[in-house]
Design a protein around this ligand. Structure first.
Ligand code: CUA
Length: 375
């Protein structure tokens, strides 16, 4: 059984797979193994019950003129069979389930761990092992990087409402619940880029709460994590557009009421430590914008005119691009804060382009670019 489902989407450059029941994942293989028994039993029961039904209906048809069927009340042997058989079936399926849980669930000390945070309407993926020493506390927004051929323990939670984490290629779906930390293993044997989606209706942009899962072979994963840990956002050259963008990013423009990006976003190696929005540390390496609303699959992605236009529109008035986005506007238009409409501050188009130019510089070194995920 190569795959239970169909590949819905395939792009160029990196592999883009949305495959239900992808057998490259041990998690999915285990689920498929269990499903075979459950489906086989269902088919047997369905056929047996259907046969009994049609047999009876046919045998006692009115036009056949047969005598009425035997009328009896209470049959201990029959009742015993009707109780014992379902109990045996349910017990059998329960044993299978417990067996699979025992295989899939233990989180060993050395297991790679990734913390997953769902928010309206984006995701943060953090690497707790990078917090252990003086290195950077690695977090990436909307793009999760994981190693292949081993269980990866995800600890999933939500910062607001209930979201659902599901990247079908690496395992089943789990709810992201506020106040609850749920740990569970996912895995894949194949280095590729996979699609993930939020699966709980969570507000206006539920459908725009997508993410990528990039699976890297161990060596590339190690390179990525080491580089990400050592990463410090580059300091822009004095007088450049990037430097002006950096200033606006950190301080906003108090004169026009434009809020600082740094109040809500974090950039590793700078004073920007906001947690209300996705982590932007590796923004220039990312190839998706707005939690998967826009995506590009070329290495030059951010230099393409359409990418620049998207990023510009995004900074200018994110809630117009993405319904329900909690990001402030920068064109003076109104946006919603806790159910109330407030007027956004203003950045000129040139200033917005400066901020965008700064964001594009936030890049991991070439060898750690996880999008080049195939050897
Ligand atoms: Cu988050 Cu739907």
């Amino acid at each position: 059984m190569a795959s239970l489902g169909a590949t819905l989407l395939s792009g160029c450059g990196s592999q883009q797979l949305v495959t239900f029941g992808d057998m490259a994942s041990g998690f999915n293989r285990e689920v498929a193994f269990m499903s075979i028994f459950a489906i086989a039993l269902s088919v047997i029961i369905f056929v047996a019950v259907s046969y009994a039904l049609f047999f009876t209906v046919n045998k006692f048809r009115e036009d056949k003129n047969t005598d009425a069927p035997a009328q009896f009340h209470g049959n201990n042997r029959l009742e015993l069979i009707l109780v014992v058989v379902p109990v045996v079936i349910v017990m059998f399926l329960a044993v299978l389930t417990v067996r699979s849980m025992a295989i899939l669930n233990p989180v060993a000390e050395q297991t790679t761990k990734i913390d997953v945070l769902g928010r309206q309407f984006w995701w943060n993926f953090s690497y707790p092992e990078t917090k252990a020493d003086a290195g950077g506390d690695v977090t990436n927004g909307n793009e999760m990087v994981m190693p292949t051929k081993q269980p990866v323990a995800l600890t999933i939670t939500s910062g607001d409402v209930i979201h659902g984490f599901w990247a079908p290629n690496i395992g089943g779906q789990r709810a992201a619940m506020p106040g609850a930390l749920k740990t569970w293993n996912v895995d894949t044997d194949r280095a590729a880029v996979y699609q993930g989606n939020c699966t709980q209706l969570c507000g206006g942009s539920h459908a725009n709460m997508r993410y990528k899962v990039v699976a890297l072979d161990q060596e590339r994963y190690t390179t990525f994590l080491a580089a990400a840990k050592a990463y410090r956002a580059p300091e822009p050259a004095e007088g450049s557009a990037e430097a002006r963008g950096y200033e606006l990013f950190m301080k906003g423009n108090p004169a026009t009421g434009a809020l600082a990006c740094a109040a809500c976003h974090r950039v590793q190696g700078t004073t920007a430590a906001g947690a209300a929005g996705p982590d932007l540390s590796f923004f220039g390496t990312r190839r998706t914008l707005g939690a998967g609303m826009w995506e590009a699959m070329t290495p030059e992605h951010w230099e393409a005119p359409d990418a620049k236009a998207h990023l510009h529109a995004w900074i200018k008035h994110s809630p117009k691009v993405k319904p329900g986005s909690l990001m402030p506007t920068y064109d003076g238009s109104e946006y919603e804060v806790n159910g109330k409409l407030v007027k956004g501050g203003v950045l000129t188009d040139e200033q917005i382009d400066d901020v965008a130019a700064y964001l594009r510089t936030l890049k991991l070194p070439e060898e750690a670019d996880y999008w080049n995920n195939t050897p």
